[in-house]
Design a binder for this molecule. Structure first.
Ligand SMILES: Nc1nc2c(ncn2[C@@H]2O[C@H](COP(=O)(O)OP(=O)(O)OP(=O)(O)O)[C@@H](O)[C@H]2O)c(=O)[nH]1
Ligand SMILES: [Zn+2]
Length: 345
């Protein structure tokens, strides 16, 4: 049986980046799941397991972000003994990357080629504004369109009030309230996967991501675990990331439950996640205004007249500082690496 890959988002642009690799034993496929060294891929002939070719391993030795990840479009090759290998990863249009640890220069790739990233925050226990802002910055950074999803709305007496409150953290973005218990908001979420588009779910462990995947597919494909009710913490974490093709076309991508999210060294996502602050800052008298005691600061003026929440400015400052530190770190690492190369030659 031949599957129509356009239902999974394959289009002319991906086809043209595939063309140089085209040969009789090659075929395009999308990575559903990436484990160490082996990927589950979906191609025209259906699902198969594929190992990584030398060229892919070599590229990844320099930067692990080059390893295939759920959502990637790849070039597969079928060998005479029926083995399948991944020969190349086609250029990604979007990528969700988080900083792995304070020491680490590289990031961890969570998902690729999604059109929309839904930051999923549960309404119970109380939503964590700082986490939502952080995840939204990461979502913006990916290049895909962010969306805020408030999950488990059946547990709140007044979800609309929480939606209004959280909308302030997501200026200009849609906020969707969902409940899988009541099948509320699921059809709205489904509008993000029409036309073969991919929706990635990003959120803490226990936010209800796997349950949403199941609601969208109408079957149980992701394991959902019991949860400790008192603190709402999930007892398990989805250990792998999974791209799940949906029966009506499109796909949903579950990412592992995220505990700490480090931002990489790019401020672009942050400025977009804090579009309200960035917009105000454009009106400060000085271009390099630190929004402290400077005269003519539009940001502090907005806090004083009540149009910008002080909390909002504080979290913007905190994340900006983090990005600056990371950026400086990256620069000194680059200098050190260049020094090492010079000594070696
Ligand atoms: N009341 C209520 N509970 C829900 C809802 N959706 C999910 N849950 C519960 O929340 C718990 C966690 O759900 P999961 O879907 O496993 O959460 P997850 O985000 O996938 O968690 P990780 O896999 O750890 O990242 C489970 O006990 C679900 O039954 C909902 O709409 N309402
Ligand atoms: Zn200012």
């Amino acid at each position: 049986m031949s599957h129509d890959l356009s239902r999974l988002g394959w289009d002319d642009l991906f086809a043209s980046s595939y063309r140089p690799f085209d040969r009789s034993d090659a075929a395009p496929a999308r990575v559903l799941r990436a484990d160490r060294g082996v990927c589950t891929v979906f191609g025209e002939s259906g699902v198969s397991r594929a190992t990584l070719a030398g060229a892919v391993l070599l590229a990844a030795a320099n930067d692990p972000v080059d390893l295939p990840c759920a959502g990637d479009w790849v070039v597969t090759r079928r060998w005479p003994d029926r083995r399948v290998t991944i020969e190349s990863v086609l250029p990604r249009r979007t990528a969700l990357i988080r900083r792995t640890s304070d020491k680490d220069a590289t990031g961890q790739l969570l998902a690729a080629n999604m059109d929309t990233v839904a930051v999923v925050e549960p309404i119970h226990p109380e939503p964590d504004s700082a986490r939502v802002e952080r995840l939204l910055a990461l979502a913006w950074e990916s290049g895909a369109k962010p969306l805020l999803v408030l999950s488990k709305c059946d547990t709140s007496r007044d979800p609309d009030a929480v939606v209004r409150q959280l909308a302030e953290l997501a200026p200009g973005l849609p906020v969707v309230a969902v409940s899988t218990r009541r099948s509320a908001g699921i059809d709205h979420l489904r509008t993000y996967v029409t036309g073969g588009r991919t929706l990635a779910l990003l959120g803490r462990s226990g936010a209800g991501k796997s349950t949403l995947v199941n609601a969208l597919t109408g079957t149980a494909v992701m394991p959902v675990q019991a949860i400790r009710d008192a603190d709402g913490k999930g007892r398990h974490t989805t250990a792998y990331r999974n791209l799940v093709p949906l029966p009506g076309g499109g796909a949903v991508l579950d990412t592992p439950g995220i505990r700490g999210v480090g931002l990489l060294d790019t401020a672009g996502g942050l400025d977009r996640a804090f579009a309200d602050v960035a917009e105000l800052a454009a009106h400060c008298r000085f271009g390099d205004c630190g929004h402290g005691a400077e005269p003519g600061c539009a940001v502090t003026a907005a806090v004083e007249n009540g149009s910008l929440a002080p909390r909002r400015l504080a979290s913007w400052r905190k994340l900006h500082h983090e990005v600056e530190v990371e950026s400086a770190r990256k620069q000194s690492r680059a200098v050190a690496a260049a020094g090492q190369r010079r000594r070696r030659t």
